[in-house]
Design a protein around this ligand. Structure first.
Ligand code: ADP
Ligand code: MG
Length: 504
C-alpha cells in the first residue's frame, strides 16, 4: 500500500565555521506521557493540575511492603505506539531498577526497561516540505515511571514535593542519530506528536510537560555521516552533548543552533568536545553544563525483583494492530490521490485527526478540491484568527456542506456563499433556509439580468460609446450589473448578456 508520497531526503544543514564547513548530527530521546487514567503500577489518577499529593497510591509513595502491579492499558498503549511507528514489538520485555536519590523519587529508584524494551526498531517519516522528507530510524521505545516534582519557589526557606506525577507511565522513544538540522529536529518532534495524537497514546501537550525531549547534538565534517551510515561505525561521528528536558519546538531549534556553534568554536580552536549533559537557558539563548560524563550517575541497574518479565501474546498485539486508525502519512497520501489536492493542502488538513475527519465530512459526495478550499481558507482561516479548534467551530461540517451544495446547484454565487458563511458563523441556521428566507438566490433568470443590463446601458451613454470602441471596457458594465443585483446575478450570464447588448 502506498503509505507516503514519493519523497527526496533534504540536504543536511551546513554551518560555515571560521576554518571549514560543518554538519550536524542529532538524535532525540523523547519522553511521552502515556494517555491513561491510571499510573503504570498503581490505580492512582493521572489527572493534570489536581491538588498536590492527592493522586498518590501507597506504592507511588513507596510505603514499605507495597508492590507494583502492571497496568495492562499502559502496556497496550506502548504496543499501539510501536505499531504506529512500524516498529518491532517484543513479546518478552522486562523492567529494571535505575537507582538514584532525589527528593521527588521516594522509592530511591525508577522502574524502567534498560535491557529488554517492549518496542524495538521502527521509523518516523519527517516531512520537510512537499516532496521532501527524512526517514528517521527509531531505536527503541521503553516504558518507565515518571518522577514527582520538587517545588522551590513557593517559600523562601523551604522546598515542597508533589508526588502526583510519581509513577505516571512514560514512553521513552529513542531515535537513531538520523536528524540533520535544527528544523528537522523540531519537525521530528512535531511528527511524532502528530502520530501519538492520532493513535491516542499521548496528548502531546508540551506546555504541561506531556511530551519533552532530550536532544543529543554533535558536529562532523561533510561526508562523515555518510560513512557512519555505510559502516555503522559511531566513532567517525563527533562527541555528542545532550541537552535535557526540552519542551518547546522553538527552544529545541535555538538550543541546537547554539550548541552546534559552541562545539564548532571549541574544535576549530584546537580543543575537544567533552561528552556531557547540558541545559538550555532560553533567556540567555545558550546551553550550559549540568554534569559531565565523569560525574554521571552510576545507576546500578538491575532487574526489578518485584515484577515478573512481561510476556505478551502475538494475538493480543494483532488485535491492537487491527484497531489502529489510519495514520497521518497514509491519510495525507490518500487525500492527494482521492481528492486531487496538493501535498501542502493535504498536510494542512491531516495535521490533526479531527480536522481531517471534519474535512472528510464536508467533502463526502462533493467536489473535494472545492471542499478543501473552503475548509482551509474560510473555516480554518477564521478559526485560527479566533484561536479556536475544529471542535469549537460555530459552523458544522453539515452546514458548510450545505453551502457547497447551494454553490454546486448554482443557487448562490461565490460572493453570496461568503456572505452566507458569515451568517452561519454569527447566527447559525440552515443554509438553504437562510438563502430562501433572505432572498439570496442567484439570479439566473436572463430576463431579470437583461433588464438590469438595459438600465445601466441607458444610464451611461458615454461609457457605452467607449466600450463599443474598446470591448475590454465591457467589464465595467458587468461590475455595475453585479453591484446593482447585490452580487446575486450569475456572472457568466451577465458577461454573456453585456457582450451581446454592447455588440448590438
Ligand atoms: P547511550 O547508550 O550512551 O545512552 P545511545 O547510543 O543510546 O547512547 O544514544 C542515545 C541518544 O544519542 C540516541 O538518541 C542517539 O541517536 C543519540 N546519539 C548517539 N550518538 C550521537 C552522535 N554522535 N551525535 C548526536 N546524537 C547521537
Ligand atoms: Mg541509550
Amino acid at each position: 500500500m502506498l503509505d507516503h508520497l514519493a519523497y527526496e531526503e533534504p540536504a543536511p544543514k551546513v554551518i560555515a565555521g571560521a576554518k571549514q564547513d560543518w554538519e550536524l548530527v542529532i538524535g532525540l530521546e523523547v519522553h511521552a506521557q502515556v494517555a491513561s487514567k491510571a499510573k503504570l503500577f498503581s490505580g492512582a489518577s493521572t489527572e493534570f493540575g489536581a491538588e498536590p499529593n492527592s493522586n498518590v497510591a501507597f506504592v507511588d509513595a513507596a510505603m514499605p511492603g507495597m508492590l507494583p502491579v502492571i497496568n495492562e492499558y499502559c502496556v497496550a498503549q506502548a504496543v499501539r505506539t510501536g505499531l504506529g511507528l512500524k516498529a518491532r514489538i517484543n513479546l518478552m520485555s522486562a523492567f529494571d531498577r535505575k537507582n538514584y536519590f532525589y527528593p521527588d523519587l521516594p522509592q530511591g529508584y525508577q522502574i524502567s526497561q534498560l535491557y529488554h524494551p517492549i518496542v524495538g526498531e521502527g521509523e518516523v517519516i519527517v516531512d520537510m516540505g512537499p516532496g521532501i522528507a527524512r526517514r528517521v530510524r527509531i531505536e527503541r521505545i521503553h516504558l518507565e515511571q515518571d518522577a514527582g516534582k520538587s517545588i522551590h519557589d513557593m517559600d523562601p526557606t523551604m522546598s515542597f514535593v508533589d508526588l502526583n506525577r510519581t509513577g505516571v507511565a512514560l514512553m521513552e522513544i529513542v531515535s537513531r542519530p538520523d536528524i540533520r538540522g535544527p528544523e528537522e529536529a523540531a519537525a521530528y518532534v512535531g511528527k511524532l506528536r502528530q502520530i501519538l495524537r492520532y493513535l491516542g497514546t499521548c496528548d502531546g501537550n508540551m506546555q504541561n510537560g506531556n511530551l519533552r525531549a532530550d536532544v543529543n547534538v554533535s558536529i562532523c565534517t561533510p561526508g562523515a555521516y555518510e560513512e557512519f551510515r555505510a559502516t555503522g561505525d559511531h566513532s567517525v561521528l563527533g562527541t555528542r552533548c545532550e541537552i535535557k528536558n526540552m519542551n518547546s519546538m522553538r527552544f529545541i531549534q535555538q538550543a541546537i543552533e547554539y550548541e552546534a556553534r559552541r562545539q564548532i568554536a571549541i574544535v576549530e580552536d584546537g580543543g575537544t568536545v567533552v561528552q556531557e549533559t547540558r541545559l538550555y537557558d532560553p533567556d540567555r539563548g545558550e546551553t550550559r553544563s549540568m554534569r559531565s560524563k565523569e560525574e554521571a550517575h552510576d545507576y546500578r541497574y538491575f532487574p526489578c525483583p518485584d515484577l515478573l518479565p512481561l510476556e505478551i501474546e502475538q494475538a493480543w498485539v494483532d488485535a491492537i494492530a487491527a484497531s489502529l486508525p489510519e495514520l497521518p502519512d497514509a491519510r495525507k497520501a490518500r487525500f492527494v490521490k482521492d481528492f486531487g489536492m496538493t501535498e501542502y493542502d493535504a498536510g494542512v488538513l491531516t495535521a490533526e485527526a479531527e480536522n481531517a475527519a471534519f474535512f472528510e465530512a464536508v467533502a463526502a459526495g462533493r467536489d473535494g478540491k472545492q471542499a478543501a478550499n473552503w475548509v482551509i481558507n474560510e473555516l480554518f482561516g477564521r478559526l485560527n484568527k479566533q484561536g479556536l479548534g475544529v471542535a469549537d467551530s460555530p459552523v458544522s461540517a453539515a452546514q458548510l456542506g450545505g453551502v457547497l451544495d447551494l454553490l454546486a446547484a448554482n443557487t448562490i454565487s461565490g460572493k453570496i456563499a461568503k456572505d452566507l458563511f458569515e451568517i452561519l458563523w454569527t447566527e447559525g441556521g440552515d443554509p438553504a433556509e437562510i438563502v430562501e428566507a433572505r432572498g439570496m438566490k442567484q439570479v439566473t433568470d436572463t430576463g431579470a439580468i437583461e433588464a438590469a443590463v438595459d438600465e445601466i446601458i441607458a444610464a451611461n451613454p458615454a461609457q457605452v460609446e467607449k466600450a463599443r470602441q474598446n470591448p475590454k471596457l465591457a467589464g465595467w458594465f458587468v461590475g455595475q450589473v453585479l453591484k446593482a443585483t447585490g452580487g446575486k446575478a450569475n456572472p457568466a450570464a451577465v458577461n454573456e448578456i453585456v457582450a451581446r447588448k454592447l455588440g448590438g
